[in-house]
Write a protein of this length. Sequence first.
Length: 166
Amino acid sequence: MMLITGKSGFTLIELVVVIAIISLVSFLVVFSGGDFFSKTRLESSAENIAALLRWARRLAITKRKRYEVIFDLRRKTYWVEDGEAHTRGEVKRLEKNVIFADPHLGKVGEEDGMIELDDPDDDGFLFYPEGTAEAGSIYLWSKDSKRWYTVTIALNGYVRVYPEKH
């Protein structure tokens, strides 16, 4: 038979140290995660716009008619319309604290976050049955992370996303 003479367990100092470490790690995760989430919302908004622009181009090519992606900059929404102004799909919205913003490029009449190279301030981009498009850029700004994303549409209809003002 064995006798146990010592007591087992944790001392008060060990418990305090462990709680302090857990508190410090939790604090760092919470305050560094805010920037991560705001960047993710900005990137998500840019990728969603690019996906809708690409879908509009595919519709124009396959249906052999013009489609336009319309932007309501005040409401932070966007959608696809066919040639008869019928909405195709659902109306999309920018993520929280992401806005269409003036890139301050000095182009008169283009202070709304959309730079159209053909018809300034018509609030949309057309895609044609040949696969071509109205060229331009859409500038997104995150109020939280203070970062830019740019979605560009080339004359050949290709859409690209850049994680800065481009």
